[in-house]
Design a binder for this molecule. Structure first.
Ligand SMILES: [Zn+2]
Length: 246
């Protein structure tokens, strides 16, 4: 294939734009900000579970406390009633003994219940602290996520802007290259998955980094400037420049 030597040079600029676009696509796929968002989401899920667990413990303790308070009230009421009976002076000596025994028993029960209330208050304090820690962790994870999302959006906007610029430049250059040469470039680019042309630099194909030697080198040396050379290794269009070392 023959193509204007200067058109061939333009393929290098085209290839540079394709490399830039590929780098931007790679950056979008591997954004560290995406990992930060995922990590914050994971942390949020864990802290949410912690909060739910801690809230359940607090609710259970509240229920237990209500039950204890009801028990304490019942014991107190019974004890007050016994005291009134004693104070009334209407009780027989036998009944008085029985009432005194019962009141002593109620006082022991009251003491037990008060111990339980104290223990419950301690457990409630621990549970409240656990809940507060989990809630603070959750708030922190939410803030982390918002920050990470903001960072990711900034990075994505940068990438989109870069893509717009490089796509426009690529179109501008492509518009000045002959249709046949451009079609060949695009076909090779599809094959290589990256670029369709590479510079021949110091006798080396810059696309695949293989050095030309023997007949391939001789052919490159002897070729007309307008002849389109191809790398035998990677199939790219080999563009000769002043630094080709021929
Ligand atoms: Zn090559």
């Amino acid at each position: 294939m023959q193509a204007d030597h200067f058109d061939q040079q333009k393929l290098l600029t085209l290839a540079a734009e394709d490399v830039a676009l590929a780098q931007l696509a790679h950056r979008r796929r591997t954004l560290p900000e995406n990992a930060a968002v995922t990590a914050a989401e994971d942390a949020q899920r864990e802290f949410t579970a912690d909060v739910v667990r801690a809230e359940t413990v607090v609710r259970d303790l509240d229920r237990e406390q209500k039950r204890l308070e009801t028990d304490v009230d019942a014991v107190r009421a019974r004890s007050d009633k016994d005291q009134q009976r004693l104070d009334s002076g209407a009780a027989t000596p036998k009944e008085m003994t029985s009432l005194q025994q019962e009141m002593a028993s109620l006082a022991r029960r009251q003491g037990d219940l008060e111990d339980q209330v104290l223990e419950l208050m301690e457990r409630r304090e621990t549970a409240d602290a656990t809940l507060a820690t989990a809630q603070a962790g959750l708030d922190g994870a939410k803030a982390d996520q918002a920050r990470a999302e903001e960072g990711r959006d900034v990075a994505l906007a940068e990438i989109a802007e870069g893509e717009q610029t490089h796509t426009a430049k690529r179109a501008e250059i492509a518009g000045t290259i002959s249709a046949l040469l451009l079609a060949l470039y695009d076909r090779v680019a599809t094959q290589t998955g990256s670029t369709g042309a590479a510079a021949l630099h110091a006798r080396r194909c810059e696309g695949c980094r293989i050095e030309l030697y023997g007949t391939e080198l001789a052919a490159a040396r002897n070729a007309d400037p307008h002849t389109v050379l191809r790398c035998e290794n990677c199939n790219r269009i080999l563009v000769r420049t002043a630094e080709s070392g021929l």
